[in-house]
Design a protein around this ligand. Sequence first.
Ligand SMILES: [Zn+2]
Ligand SMILES: [Zn+2]
Length: 214
Amino acid sequence: MNVLLSHLHWDHIQGLPFFAPLLHEETKVHVVAPKQDDCDLKEAMRRAITPPIFPVELNALAATITYQPVTNETLKIDGFDITSRAVPHVGLTLGFRVQWQDKVVTYIPDHQQPLNGAVEFTDGALELMRDADLLIHDAQYLPEEFPRRSNWGHCTTEFAVQGARRSNVKHLALFHHDPGRTDDSLDRIHDALDAETGKSMRLSTAREGLTLEI
Ligand SMILES: [Zn+2]
Ligand SMILES: [Zn+2]
């Protein structure tokens, strides 16, 4: 199986050592992740998953894990065409465009909006989002929250919606919610944005375990 990691921040790798198939010897996991400046990917993951932070070393898990460092690339993995592009965040961070036949899913989980709050996108981000059937995108802040945390590496719900609109995205899944959100506040955010986007685009609020059909 293949895992696409946008970057190695904690909130994006914490689940990996708890992934049950890694306990089985026959499991082979291929991790595609951003090339690191100072060490290889295996070493970076080894440093993150080790006692006393985790009970065992990563290599104590039975599965075979291989790593593929990438930056701006086009890959073919198991029949999927995968495009990776660097997107603004904190440190090298990738977004991915995954295409199978004529269906496209784009994943941009952490996306730094311009510090002045402008709704402007890099060429790489636009390339990833263009005509996607499903865009899973950072939506950490409401516009009124952004000025206080403008350099924390994220963007507003409005930025996500505008990026999706300009890119002719069919379905936007808001993702990477601020940790302070409650379920009710996410419902309110969804309903307000859904009323605004109308029938032009489907809108979802991503949550753990959510399955979407394309
Ligand atoms: Zn991050
Ligand atoms: Zn993150």
